[in-house]
Design a protein around this ligand. Structure first.
Ligand SMILES: *[C@@H]1O[C@H](CO)[C@@H](O)[C@H](O)[C@H]1NC(C)=O
Ligand SMILES: *[C@@H]1O[C@H](CO)[C@@H](O)[C@H](O)[C@H]1NC(C)=O
Ligand SMILES: *[C@@H]1O[C@H](CO)[C@@H](O)[C@H](O)[C@H]1NC(C)=O
Length: 529
């Protein structure tokens, strides 16, 4: 699914509120039947059971939902796929329920994914290989060239972050099965899904075979065991002895760094959380975000990343927004790597003249779904969270909340090497963003649609969520999306579809599973049981 040209869209509605229906009228010339059935076929190797059409893309039902989509206050409703075709929840989820007549618990999801990937790419992927690779003790680095080579994006891992006492309820199991089928099987084996399982007891010795086996049996349902990889703080300490922090919250990426070190076949790794839900097809949504990022030019990219895009203020055109940012920033934006004495930057050379389309078509090393802001001067609780850098808190940095990202192996290895060899580290939210900034790697905030319940006037809303300095408008002093040194700030974030405080994401997911049409969106967190 492709990122639609912005010129296709015209908004007529003016009232913008979470649960009010605002019609979007599209200058769309192509006719749509009321029910669209995906035509792509799946080879037998990518079906769960050779004789079962259940998980085939033919089962997916899309409906024409022009005029039904609401306009989000924030983000581009096209950035995650076409909002004209709404994928029905029932066609995705119902079949994976235990009452469906199929015994899903007998599936071995790792094996099925390997079968599909091997068939599609001609690779021989030995059964059980992933466990063996994961459990080999920490090795020293490969050559710099091997580690840092940039892939062509052909193989992508989707890593779900789970933990030992996660409850695998019926609804959650249906979602997880749908996610694996959509990500790895229905689009033929380019993505592969793994579970990275945090064992919370730091004293458990997972290097001991019997202990590892025992925990795997105890905490991961049988159907997912051959795609699950266990770790705990003890594992992270072994890898990163020069870093003082190994907790799940502040060092969310250490386990992912190890993953990308061990599974070098993946050029890119999506990190997803268990309470994230997609209202669009999982693979196609991630692919749309990837394409959005690929088409972004580098000029004033960090400055665009630093703000929320409010479509109402830009005639519903992300291009108009980009032009407005260019007009404000001129040639004063970040261009190439930001100088540092801490290491030699590894990104591509920036053209000498600040101009043109540098970066268009370049695969992004980092994709995030929230603005990447300058933490300096925010009063964020982690504002001073930087260790092992010569210039300490004067080091130029960026940070984005919510650790749902796609990162390249190259970026993860640069972070990994800095942590292992020099003890240089930041908190999770600032890690990938800061290393991208200092190395001059392409980092893109995808402006996905976010709905807010708050019906404040859009100009006031803009002033609240984009109140920072030009290079970091979503930042500034005490932005309401950050946890401050003195607690939460009141602000429009209270109830939103990608925010945790008032359950809007869960309400929207429930409405979606009961048949409501929604455009492709990310809903987070959804803690359904
Ligand atoms: C489903 O498969 C699992 C795992 O193979 C097995 O333990 C269970 O008995 C099966 N259930 C039914 C109802 O056949
Ligand atoms: C550890 O367990 C793995 C997987 O069950 C097995 O292949 C391997 O031989 C075991 N290693 C030792 C030293 O027992
Ligand atoms: C907004 O879009 C319409 C239709 O494409 C166009 O006629 C108008 O000039 C645009 N306005 C601005 C301010 O860009």
């Amino acid at each position: 699914m492709h990122y639609l040209p912005v010129t296709r869209r015209v908004i007529l509605g003016t009232a913008i509120a979470l649960f009010a229906i605002v019609s979007l009228v599209y200058q769309s010339s192509f006719g749509l039947s009321s029910t669209l059935v995906s035509s792509s076929a799946t080879s037998a190797a990518c079906q769960v059971w050779p004789s079962c059409q259940g998980s085939s893309p033919k089962q997916l039902r899309y409906e024409d939902c022009r005029g039904i989509s609401k306009s989000p206050q924030v983000g581009d409703v096209n950035s995650l796929g076409s909002p004209l075709h709404c994928l029905l929840a029932s066609s995705r989820l119902d079949q994976y329920h235990s009452a469906s007549g199929r015994n899903w618990t007998e599936v071995r999801w790792g094996q099925v994914q390997r079968r599909c990937a091997a068939h599609e790419s001609g690779l021989s992927l030995l059964e059980g290989q992933s466990h063996q690779t994961w459990r080999r003790p920490a090795e020293l680095r490969q050559t710099e060239a091997e580690t840092l080579s940039k892939g062509n994006g052909d193989r992508v891992a989707v890593v779900l972050r789970t933990w030992d006492n996660y409850e695998y309820t019926e609804k959650r199991l249906s979602w997880l099965r749908a996610l694996i089928v959509e990500a790895a099987l229905q689009r033929e084996g380019k993505y592969q899904v793994y579970f990275l399982v945090n064992i919370k007891d730091p004293n458990v010795d997972l290097e001991d075979n019997a202990t590892y086996e025992l925990f795997l049996l105890k905490v991961v349902p049988e159907e997912f065991r051959d795609m699950a990889l266990l770790f705990n703080e003890r594992t992270l300490k072994t890898w990163y002895p020069r870093v003082q922090e190994h907790g799940a919250q502040d060092q969310m990426y250490q386990a992912l760094q190890i993953f990308s070190h061990k599974f070098q076949q993946y050029d890119y790794v999506w990190q997803l959380e268990m309470d994230l839900r997609f209202t669009g097809h999982v693979h196609d949504t991630l692919q749309s975000a990837t394409e959005f990022a690929r088409t972004q030019r580098r000029r004033n990219l960090w400055e665009r990343n630093g703000r929320f895009y409010i479509p109402y203020l830009y005639n519903n055109s992300y291009d108009a927004f980009s032009s407005a940012v260019d007009a404000e920033i001129g040639d004063t934006g970040v261009w190439g790597p930001v100088p540092t004495s801490d290491f030699v930057s590894q990104g591509p050379q920036a053209p000498s003249r600040i101009k043109g389309n540098w970066g268009v078509g370049e695969e992004a090393d980092l994709i995030s779904f929230m603005p990447m802001i300058d933490p300096v001067g925010t009063n964020w609780i982690y504002e001073d969270g930087i260790h092992g850098f010569t210039e300490s808190t004067a080091t130029p940095r960026r940070a984005a909340i919510v650790s749902i990202t796609r990162s390249s192996r190259r970026l993860l290895q640069l972070v990994s090497n800095a942590q292992r060899e020099r003890g240089q580290w930041l908190v999770s939210e600032a890690t990938l963003e800061t290393f991208s900034l200092l190395h001059g790697l392409k980092a893109v905030t995808v402006p996905h649609p976010i709905y807010f319940a708050d019906e404040m006037k859009i100009e006031k809303f803009d002033a609240e969520i984009n109140k920072g300095p030009l290079h970091s408008k979503a930042g500034g002093y005490a932005p309401s999306m950050l946890y401050m040194k003195d607690g939460w700030q009141a602000g429009p974030w209270w109830k939103a579809s990608y925010w945790f405080t008032a359950g809007a994401a869960a309400e929207m997911w429930e409405a979606y599973t009961e048949g409501q049409h929604l455009p492709p969106m990310l809903l987070h967190p959804v803690k359904e049981k």
